[in-house]
Write a protein that binds this ligand. Structure first.
Ligand code: FES
Length: 160
């Protein structure tokens, strides 16, 4: 049985504790989903079902939230998520070009993960570094003023 389908495993125990804690706050769903994604790395339907029964929220509501927010993913994500900023300043200064360069370099489209599980290509709204536009973010690091593919390749190589 896969880890995800086995409600007895440690990850679900941890999530169950978090849910009983978060139940005390108002509208805990987003918080619980964030925590669940941190534990599992993504939010497959099995995890959503578990949250639905533990939190007593209908599954279709949970599914609606997960698919609405870009931040949540129903597919496994890579070890590193490359978030390309597509806010206005970055968009104007070349976000689509950055997406294309990363996509070519890694052989994946937006939203996809490399076969080796290393990278996921994703997009985010303004990350508050507009003066460095165009930017992308990996983990806590923000990379700005990206103009050439060589820059992109250099940065990605640091994560191999
Ligand atoms: S629009 Fe990209 S950092 Fe603000």
């Amino acid at each position: 049985m896969s880890q995800i389908a086995n409600y007895d495993n440690q990850m679900y125990k941890e999530l169950k504790e978090i849910i009983s804690e978060k139940k005390k706050i108002r509208n805990p769903l987003i918080e619980v989903l964030r925590e669940a994604q941190a534990i599992f790395g993504y939010l497959p339907i099995e995890v959503q079902q578990f949250i639905s029964s533990e939190l007593d929220v209908p599954l279709n509501k949970i599914y609606g939230v997960v698919t609405f927010y870009n931040f949540f993913s129903m597919k496994p994500r890579g070890k590193y998520v490359i978030n390309v900023c597509t806010g206005t300043a970055c968009y104007v200064k070349g976000a689509p070009r950055i997406i294309q360069m990363i996509s070519e370099e890694l052989g994946i489209e937006m939203g996809e993960t490399t076969k080796d599980g290393q990278f996921t290509l994703s997009a985010v709204r303004c990350v508050g570094a507009c003066s460095l536009a165009p930017v992308f973010v990996i983990g806590e690091e923000t990379y700005g003023r990206i103009e050439t593919k060589a820059q992109v390749v250099d940065i990605l190589n640091q994560y191999h």
